[in-house]
Ligand binder design. Sequence first.
Ligand code: C5P
Length: 400
Amino acid sequence: MSSLTNKQIVLGVTGGIAAYKSAEIIRRLQDRGATVRVVMTRAAQEFITPLTMQALSGNPVHVDLLDTEAEMGMGHIELARWADLIIVAPASANFIARLASGRSDDLLGAICLATQAPIAIAPAMNQGMWHNQSTQENLTTLQERGVVQFGPAAGSQACGDVGLGRMLEPGEIVELAAKQFQSGLLAGKRVVITAGPTREPLDPVRYLSNHSSGKMGYAVAEAAMEAGARVLLITGPTNLRPPERVEVKQVTTAEEMYQASLAALDDCDVFIASAAVADYRPRQAAEQKLKKGTQETMTIELVKNPDIVSAVAAASPKPFTVGFSAETEKLLEHARDKLQRKGLDLIVANDVSDTSIGFNSEDNAATLIWAEGESALTKRSKRQLARDLTGHIAGMLAGR
Ligand code: C5P
């Protein structure tokens, strides 16, 4: 499987003769399993039509910053959040200058400013423009800000010059894009993740459960896999397709999740508890379907489920243990208390009173809290948050 499978890529196309090669980049990204949305600058449309790019990508092409229809569907902020990676190919000297100065007066500039996703540029220009001091200084600025540079190559140019400034070939750009998802930060590590809700049976047809979608845990599993870890995902019932190359153990009840987690500790460097585990279960699950009686009320006795993450953190040897804390008030205080009480190395604190993030949404915001510090991760896609979380865990492991 390619590391581009299921990746969401914004392909920015700026004005340059190499723009015709962007069509081939779309095809090759799609061949590797990525979904592509194309954003074109005005100048790019002089070289290749949006219609061509739309037909190839299978998605509408985005061109205008202020397009009321787009703003209701996929506006610049949505695109910025949607992207796992932004590739600008070709990136003209003009675009590079605009990106370096943080301009947001066109759609591509605004997306690049708003995104949390990595940005890669594939420069394409005349060799004189490439060597110009302004261009070189702009590139240095961008590199310092973490913008990745693909190429350029040297060779004969459309204008007749020979030298540096040719855009890399589409195949090379796509190879380099794939490498962006293989960080190797968790190479050789075994990461065990719990995800989703649990179901606690009342009788053969009824259960107690919660609204957890499992999206966050699945995103963490994918991010850990991308970072090179061997991943075991212990999941309650969800509607999600588990990420490729992740080992999956399906469970239903908290007790099953507990047993599966303890059994995984033989081979576990990092344990991440993202599951929304039911705190209590009915003392007894009836063997037959409970019948409606004449009584107006009904009492079900509940008993406490084991706390999985606490048990893992108490194990010896103890894996690096990460918990989640969903709170509606006093977020940081409650989360820090849980960090200590459960013996965790790191806790991800979520404010679930904000309904635009959390349980069932695509986005999330969180504060990472550990004994000596904390770090706020502002609202971003769950996939991006998962990557930032695994990056943070890798950093803490390296510092041990
Ligand atoms: O105590 P609370 O449920 O708020 O703690 C949340 C954290 O503890 C999450 O990481 C969750 O996965 C974990 N947990 C657990 N087993 C339980 C309850 C919570 O692992 N029975």
